[in-house]
Design a protein around this ligand. Structure first.
Ligand SMILES: [Zn+2]
Length: 290
């Protein structure tokens, strides 16, 4: 995509993010890093149980610059600092936004200073602070939405509109989005911003058009952004045995069969994990049915 083609969305249907307060509040408990494996106690909220409880949260107004911690563990606190890891070609910065501990991931090309965002989930002010306000801030070229659930796009209109960014999603999940995607992407498609190329992996079950996004680091392990289709401890929530079977099949065939154990994955809520940590559990997931 060239700058001349840039027809970034100008509508801003969601700038108020007013529905954030319409969500039931969730109470993500603390995840722990135990013996090299993330043991998350709350991921099941996104897989089977919905959410419950409440927690206090910070106010609506922008609180100024988001602090970025350069030590990356795969955990960020809801409403807290962002965490950044630096690869040879890009940086990956993770920020928890909104009342449901949604993760937004900013990928910035270190050569061109162009960026893409995975899930403008909520809190457009905090996402704007994350991108930065100075003349050296990256140019946000693209916002990718992993799937149609509203907690993953509350800030899509505001962020894409403010930055003149293209948007992308799978066609099967495009209709519910607040702005129509500029790019419809399917299994095997790629999205490129600067030196960052992401491969699209279609995972059917959590929603019909859920996608994961894969970055193959030529100098390291793969990095996989899974939306709500794969978490530490299981696949994403489904509402029927048929959807569950489809999702676990897709996750097994398109992710675990294709990618090595050292693939680091980044889910739509909560902490990261690796495929190696989860691979031994797939049979257990199938047996329990969620
Ligand atoms: Zn979801």
């Amino acid at each position: 995509m060239s700058a001349a083609e840039m027809l970034g969305p100008t509508t801003d249907k969601n700038a108020s993010a007013g529905s954030r307060w319409g969500h039931r509040a969730c109470s993500p408990s603390t995840s722990q890093y135990i013996s090299g494996t993330y043991e998350s106690t709350w991921h099941t909220r996104w897989m089977a149980n919905g959410c419950g409880g409440s927690r206090s949260r910070r106010g609506l107004a922008s609180l100024g610059d988001v602090n970025v911690v350069e030590e990356y563990t795969g955990h960020v606190e809801p409403g807290g600092d962002a965490a950044r890891r630096t690869l040879d070609a890009l940086t990956i910065t993770k920020l928890s936004v909104g009342p449901m501990d949604n993760n937004a991931y900013l990928l910035t090309c270190r050569t061109s200073n162009e960026a893409l965002l995975i899930d403008a989930a909520a809190d457009p002010e905090r996402i704007s602070d994350l991108i930065g306000h100075g003349p050296d801030r990256p140019a946000l070229r693209l916002v990718v939405t992993t799937h149609q659930h509203p907690d993953h796009w509350q800030a899509l209109g505001a962020v894409a509109g403010a930055n003149g960014s293209y948007t992308a999603a799978h066609p099967a999940d495009a209709e519910p989005l607040p702005i129509p995607p500029d790019h419809l992407v399917e299994q095997g498609d790629t999205l490129t911003v600067g030196d960052i190329t992401l491969e699209v992996i279609h995972l059917r079950g959590h929603t019909p058009g859920s996608i994961a996004l894969l970055y193959r680091d030529p100098n390291g392990h793969p990095h996989l952004f899974t939306g709500d289709s794969l978490f530490p401890g299981g696949v994403g929530k489904t509402t029927s045995p048929e959807e569950f079977a489809t999702l676990v099949d897709d996750v097994e065939q398109r992710i675990f069969a294709e990618l090595p154990d050292d693939t680091w994955f980044y889910p739509g809520h909560g902490d990261d994990s690796t495929l190696g940590a989860e691979r031994p559990k797939i049979t257990e997931w199938r047996d329990r049915g969620w």
